[in-house]
Design a protein around this ligand. Structure first.
Ligand code: ATP
Ligand code: MG
Length: 533
């Protein structure tokens, strides 16, 4: 309390003059002074207000001081009210004793010494004030204690609720752990296991709790132990999740593959305090995986084998095709061609002899038809297999072919050979080169809208290079990349023929035009004789 709280001082006397003198004496104390002219009036004041000190005259009419003091003391509210008697007449020790018996705290005789009275009243007023303050403090303290108790009770209730919830969660967790097909475990940071679910003991047949600590490792296949422990140390160091596969020995002595996984649990500062993990049986899926891998390897091997067989077959097919063409060409030339030549000779003879004009006209017509037939047979036979290829070689056959193409298509062609004394190549290679150039030029004619085509044959030290270039619209990107689904039989045949000789076929869009390049390594381009350009 910072400012002084005034207390009430009740002065009781039937003589107003005395009351006034007490008032004067006590005014210095700066308390509330209340005057009562009789015991009755004093009681009225006491009932209405809290009084610290009652100053009363012993001798009063109606209700004297002793009687009034007894009545005051009887009331529990006034137990602590200090009563001071003042008397001018009843001054014996007996009177004083009686006063104290009636609850007085002091007995002052008249004449009253003002300083003494002030000191006495002041002490009791102060005592009352202190008692009052103490009571207020006590009440506040009690209030605070009550509030704190209430708060603690609320917290205790909440804690109880949480505990119940925790117990429920523990039960749920227990149910999960016991029904889970996986082994569940926890490890300390040094790797020692401090919890392992029953599933481990069921599988391994180990006695309960025997794998706690480091006993678990006894059941891990010895070939997998070092790798797993190494991985564990790495994870402890880096804080990464742990995942490793190893074999665990079952109760029957057989090993099965398991996948162990663990995640770190950290404290609020981020320090790892524990690891929780599972260990799942992956044996069956691992076996299936292995068998799929084995099958895939076997399948790949079979595909490679079949591809090689197909390649061999296609080479044989092309060789057979070339041979067959050559045979048909000869048959046409030597058989039908000869017959037609004979027919022409016979007709010529008829025309020289004296025949009727009309017969001659018929013979001339028949001779023209036979001429055309001979021409057609020759063209057909040349296209099927240029005779010049076998006899005088690739260059002559190509020249003959280019002439015919220019004549038929109007596309201007040029053939360049380097060196000029271009060597002859192996017969099968010359056939292949001829067919490739023939297909490339057929494509130029059919797809490029070109007006010119350049054919260059180069014999380098390390390779034979053949290029066919046109000034047409150019080849599509996917075709140039030789994507299997974009090329036709023509280009794939060219590629196949190149491969047969260990060579490579390249297609480029040269904007404008298309460049077809064939490179055959020298080892395969066996030279037989030199043919002059
Ligand atoms: N010189 C070229 N200029 C532009 N496009 C070309 C040229 N050569 C080839 N092509 C494109 O490449 C495609 C594939 O050619 P490819 O020779 O493989 O098949 P094709 O000519 O369509 O049919 P075929 O199997 O009868 O030869 C052609 O359809 C054409 O679109
Ligand atoms: Mg083609």
């Amino acid at each position: 309390m910072t400012t002084k709280e005034k207390v009430n001082i009740l002065m009781v006397d039937d003589q107003p003059g005395k009351l006034l003198s007490y008032e004067v004496m006590l005014s210095e104390l700066d308390e509330n002074l209340i005057k009562a002219g009789s015991g009755k009036e004093a009681l009225e004041h006491l009932l209405k207000t809290d009084v610290a000190v009652v100053l009363m005259d012993v001798s009063m009419p109606e209700l004297d001081g002793f009687e009034l003091a007894s009545m005051i003391r009887e009331h529990p509210r006034f137990q602590r009210t200090a009563i001071i008697f003042i008397s001018a007449v009843r001054l014996t020790d007996l009177d004083r004793v009686k006063g104290y018996e009636h609850g007085a705290v002091d007995y002052v005789s008249v004449p009253v010494i003002p300083e003494l009275l002030r000191a006495k009243v002041s002490i009791f007023a102060e005592l009352h004030r202190k008692t009052h303050q103490l009571e207020t403090l006590n009440r506040e303290l009690e209030q605070r204690v009550a509030e704190r108790t209430e708060e603690l009770e609320t917290k205790a209730r909440a804690l109880l609720g949480l505990n119940l919830e925790l117990a429920q969660k523990n039960m749920e967790l227990d149910a999960i752990v016991h029904t889970a097909p996986d082994i569940i475990f926890s490890r300390q940071t040094d790797g020692a296991r401090d919890y392992i679910s029953d599933r481990f003991y069921e599988y391994t047949g180990a006695t309960a709790s025997s794998a706690i600590g480091f006993g678990w490792w006894d059941y891990v296949h010895q070939d997998d132990r070092e790798r797993s422990q190494q991985r564990w140390l790495e994870c402890v160091h880096s804080g990464q999740n742990y995942e490793v596969e190893y074999r665990l020995r079952g109760g029957n002595g057989d090993y099965r593959w398991f996948r162990a996984r663990a995640v770190p649990i950290r404290d609020p500062e981020g320090k790892i305090i524990k690891w929780y993990g599972t260990c799942s049986d992956i044996h069956d899926s691992k076996l299936v995986e292995q068998s799929i891998r084995d099958n895939a390897i076997e399948l790949e091997r079979m595909v490679d084998e079949r591809t090689a067989a197909l390649r061999r077959l296609s080479v044989r097919l092309m060789t057979t095709q070339d041979e067959e063409r050559r045979r048909i060409a000869r048959d046409l030339h030597d058989g039908l061609g000869q017959e037609l030549a004979v027919a022409k000779m016979v007709l010529g003879k008829v025309l020289q002899e004296d025949s009727a004009e009309s017969e001659k006209r018929v013979c001339i017509e028949a001779s023209d038809i036979v001429d055309r037939a001979i021409q057609q047979v020759r063209s057909l036979s040349h296209l099927l297999h240029p005779p010049l290829l076998d006899e005088v070689g690739l260059l002559s056959a190509l020249r003959w072919y280019l002439e015919g193409l220019t004549e038929r298509s109007g596309i201007e062609t040029s053939l360049d050979v380097q060196p000029r004394d271009f060597p002859r190549l192996a017969l099968d290679l010359e056939t292949a080169v001829f067919r490739i150039v023939q297909e490339a030029l057929t494509n130029v004619f059919r797809h490029s809208e070109a007006r010119k085509a350049w054919i260059v044959l180069t014999q380098r030290e390390d390779a034979t290079v053949i290029t066919v270039r046109d000034d047409g619209k150019g080849i599509g990107k996917r075709i140039a990349e030789l994507q299997p689904d974009s090329v036709g039989i023509g280009i794939s045949g060219m590629k196949q023929r190149a491969k047969e000789f260990g060579g490579e076929l390249r297609l480029t869009n040269t904007h404008p035009g298309t460049l077809v390049e064939l490179v055959i390594p020298s080892a395969r381009a066996v030279s037989r004789e030199v043919c002059s350009a």
